[in-house]
Design a protein around this ligand. Structure first.
Ligand code: ARG
Length: 257
């Protein structure tokens, strides 16, 4: 994708934000109080969205297909695990269905700097044994600073909890959240590290990723800018979601992909 078309799509995202798409999202979250994540999504529209499951079929994290056999996820979803413990499921919207592709994992790369979610480097690349025929998402690079501007609207996707104390979703869900300025995120979380993390959410809360969404995508204009990592509670006011800043790891990711 050329820089020009990325910029055009970014403008579109900004215009959508200005015309009230975020306000509409808030109204919806208010009307259905327990929803953290907006609405049902079609896997055809977000083919790059995959999930990680145990061999028993328990979905515990999300991921993003970035090439036919590489998935970007969070380090805390894969660190300390053997490849044989993880299955990657692509092309499946409903976890109770058998649609799509289930692939064993052939290799796990965990960022060597990863220790725990609050210290950054929460990023990992899985190599699939079975390539997947779905859309892939391009990775953000240091040239993509416009995609990280505060107020730019990102899309979050996953099968995680629909309330902080609720159950995970059987169906893929999506929501739109504006990116938050590093200075405000620093105020929300003293442990926020702007060089390796980026925040997204509304000051009043109501829309957020939650447990089970980790490892999944935060995209802006279809570009992977963040990986769901952590947050205090889910969708709480002044507690935005924290995402691994993908552009900060562009070189290391490129070497794996
Ligand atoms: N750590 C969580 C997971 O493993 C993701 C939490 C995201 N939390 C948030 N408030 N955005 O699924």
């Amino acid at each position: 994708m050329g820089v020009t078309s990325r910029f055009a799509r970014l403008l579109l995202a900004a215009v959508v934000a200005a015309t009230g798409a975020v306000a509409a999202g808030v109204a919806q979250a208010g009307a259905e109080e327990r929803i953290v994540g907006g609405s049902l999504a079609n896997i055809e529209d977000y083919g790059y969205t995959v999930y990680l499951s145990t061999q028993d079929g328990f979905q515990y994290c999300g991921g993003t297909l970035v090439s036919q056999d590489k998935v970007v996820t969070a380090a805390h979803c894969s660190a300390g695990k053997a490849a044989s413990e993880i299955l990657v499921v692509g092309g499946r919207e409903d976890k109770d269905s058998v649609e799509g592709t289930v692939s064993p994992v052939r290799g796990i790369w965990v960022h060597p700097g990863f220790t725990d979610i609050r210290s950054g480097a929460d990023i990992s690349v899985l190599t699939l044994a079975t390539p997947m025929p779905y859309d892939t998402a391009p990775l953000a690079t240091p040239d993509d600073t416009p995609l990280y501007r505060p107020g730019v609207v990102g899309v979050i996707l996953g099968w995680g909890r629909t309330a902080a104390d609720g159950a995970v979703s059987p169906q893929l869900r999506r929501a739109s959240v504006p990116l938050v300025a590093d200075t405000s995120c620093q105020q929300a979380y003293p442990s926020f590290l702007p060089a390796s993390m980026v925040c997204a959410g509304l000051p009043q809360g109501g829309i957020d990723t939650c447990q089970g969404d980790s490892g999944g995508p935060l995209t802006v204009s279809g570009v992977l800018v963040g990986v769901t990592s952590w947050g205090e509670g889910c969708a709480e006011p002044n507690r935005p979601g924290v995402y691994t800043r993908v552009a900060a790891y562009a070189d290391e990711l490129a070497a794996q992909i």
